[in-house]
Design a protein around this ligand. Structure first.
Ligand SMILES: [Zn+2]
Length: 440
């Protein structure tokens, strides 16, 4: 179902797909034996069937590596080291059975051992299966560490449709995030910051509207809807492979998600599924975009904005003032200074804004969905759509609108809003009387 154009050579999604795994392993890995990695839950959901299929084909290699299921494994560098040490002792191809966490830790462990690997997906929960890189917590910070995706990805549609509903909803939230991620890429492209890679763009955006069209069917785990969702997530991962960047998958909505994750890690709060944070971030970005698009940026005062532009020292002072945790502030200062431009560059960019805004605004309006429509879609899919649903109070959520752009060097609409001097006003409007977030 997927044209694999990156490292991943085979993607098979169908009911009972695990029976096709041995043949795929033969074609990609020759006669190597398979080393199964799972946790207690994924072993029960799919691992046992995979284990049987592998043994029946004569590729079994002793007992599977099965991590405890409760609490579920965490994607940190310690878990990577654990998997790595167990794999090192045995010869064979790592075959991981699981979703985000298990795939990411195996992806990095296999890479450290110089081995290619295969993945059997157990939930349509995020776009990382086929992404280059693993999201791993190192020393309290989530980092995307470079490592190649699986050569083979197999998903049994019967398993995906039986996955916990919250996981499937998370995948839907991650995929809806591609709407604003695409809009942010349009902005970065138009302003000469980061050109659109046509091939990666097409992989994600050409069919995005159809993949996210039926959130009720996603919530009901209808096979066609779950298959479409999974395909969208896999294609997004492939787009990240071909562009060697997360840009096709990640814009301002992910900055919100990353900020919430960093803060939760800093205080040891329970983690919320990535896609649930992206869902709320997508809603925040969609609402802000509406306020930005309501403005005529063809009439900005370039001289005045350049004159008021902070220098690097002032940027650091402001960023530190936004973040209570020192470690997050340190990180945000580095990211913010990385994308900070000198006044002469700002002037050039603002002149581009003035010149291109009428066309850019049209393109953005065509790309985006109304925030109210995004809210309805997310609600129907079972995603959180209010800050309280992921443990945030409204005041913190509002302040996060001013913090999100500081924590990554990626250029998004939040940076454009800062540069044209309207971010504070846009945020005040969405939280003010009659605004999208008024009433919480
Ligand atoms: Zn994501």
């Amino acid at each position: 179902m997927v044209n694999a154009v990156g490292t991943t050579r085979h993607v098979v999604v169908e009911p009972g797909a695990s029976v096709s795994l041995p043949a795929l392993l033969s074609s990609c890995f020759g006669s190597d034996v398979a080393l199964l990695i799972a946790d207690e839950r994924t072993y029960e959901a799919a691992g046992m069937a995979v284990d049987d299929a592998i043994r029946a084909s004569g590729r079994g290699a002793g007992s599977a590596i099965v991590l405890p299921g409760t609490p579920p494994p965490y994607a940190d560098i310690e878990t990577v080291a654990l998997i790595e040490s167990q794999l090192r002792e045995r010869h064979g191809v790592p075959v991981v059975v699981g979703s985000g966490t298990l795939n990411d830790v195996t992806k990095l462990a296999a890479h450290r051992l110089g081995r290619a690997y295969a993945c059997v997906a157990t939930a349509a929960s995020m776009d990382g299966y086929t992404a280059f890189g693993a999201a791993i917590t190192v020393g309290g910070f989530k980092q995307t560490l470079p490592c190649p995706p699986p050569l083979v990805l197999v998903a049994d549609l019967d398993v995906l449709t039986r996955a916990p509903a919250a996981l499937t909803a998370a995948g839907y939230g991650d995929l809806v995030g591609k709407v604003t991620a695409g809009a942010d890429w349009i902005v970065a492209d138009a302003l000469g910051v980061e050109p659109i890679d046509a091939r990666a763009w097409a992989l994600v955006q050409d069919r995005l509207r159809s993949w996210i069209a039926d959130p009720r069917a996603v919530a009901a785990a209808h096979p066609d809807a779950v298959e479409a969702l999974f395909e969208g997530l896999v294609q997004t991962g492939v787009a990240m492979q071909v562009s060697a960047s997360s840009r096709p998958a990640s814009g301002s909505e992910h900055l919100f998600s990353h900020l919430w994750e960093m803060r939760a890690l800093a205080v040891g709060a329970p983690t919320v599924a990535h896609g649930h944070k992206v869902a709320l971030g997508s809603l925040a970005s969609a609402a802000l975009y509406e306020r930005l698009l309501a403005r005529d940026l063809a009439r900005i005062d370039v001289d005045g904005l350049v004159a008021a532009w902070p220098d690097r020292h002032e940027v650091e002072r402001r960023v530190r003032g936004l973040h209570a945790q020192e470690r997050i502030a340190d990180h945000a200062v580095t990211a913010s200074l990385e994308k900070h431009v000198a006044p002469v560059q700002l002037r050039r960019r603002l002149e581009l804004v003035r010149e291109r805004w009428p066309v850019l605004r049209e393109r953005l309006a065509a790309q985006l969905l109304p925030a109210t429509a995004v809210r309805t879609m997310l609600e129907q899919a079972g995603c959180p759509t209010a800050p309280a649903a992921i443990g945030l109070d409204v005041a913190a959520f509002q302040a996060d609108h001013l913090r999100a752009h500081t924590i990554r060097s990626r250029y998004t609409m939040l940076d454009l809003a800062v540069e044209v001097g309207v971010l504070d006003a846009c945020v005040a409007e969405v939280f003010g009387p009659g605004g999208f977030w008024s009433g919480g």
